[in-house]
Design a protein around this ligand. Sequence first.
Ligand SMILES: Cc1cc2nc3c(=O)[nH]c(=O)nc-3n(C[C@H](O)[C@H](O)[C@H](O)COP(=O)(O)O)c2cc1C
Length: 166
Amino acid sequence: MNKIAILYGSSGGNTESVARQLQDLFEGQADLFNVQHVSLGEIAPYPYLILGTSTTGVGDLQDDWEGFLPSFATLDFIGKKAALFALGDSASYSGSFAESMKVIYDEIADKIVIVGQVPDEGYTYDESTAVIDGVWVGLPIDEDNEYDMTEQRLTAWVEELKKVFV
Ligand SMILES: Cc1cc2nc3c(=O)[nH]c(=O)nc-3n(C[C@H](O)[C@H](O)[C@H](O)COP(=O)(O)O)c2cc1C
């Protein structure tokens, strides 16, 4: 078993694709789980969690995450660290860009050490609850408009996570 578990919920495949790219960047050190199928027992042993969701509705959590989050939040998080990422569309949903990760953040932030926050530079949007004092609670990714930025954003993020997932 690796030490890093990447958990994703994806309705149209974009978040799954990004989760797979992240797994590749961790070069064999991360295991991948779709929250649609995962059980708490499978992820309980992992000290480092990467939680990815797409944004639906207006700033809402992806559907499978919606069902999984209440039980996920009952995990014993002592000694664990979590990083969040969210897919969003900063053009069509500029007023709720990538807000879904804030829903997960609000559920677990007082129970687990959150890492992988990202400065709000290089993103164009109007509003997002996922930004606190100019810093994203996790990594926003926009495959609809800025897919050409994704590889660079993921690579930089993974370099930071490798420093704190120790
Ligand atoms: C019905 C619907 C609602 C959406 N609402 C938001 C939103 O509020 N904020 C946002 O940033 N993106 C929103 N999006 C964009 C998706 O999050 C984005 O396309 C994402 O890449 C989809 O990822 P997935 O294929 O893994 O589900 C919405 C998309 C759809 C279809």
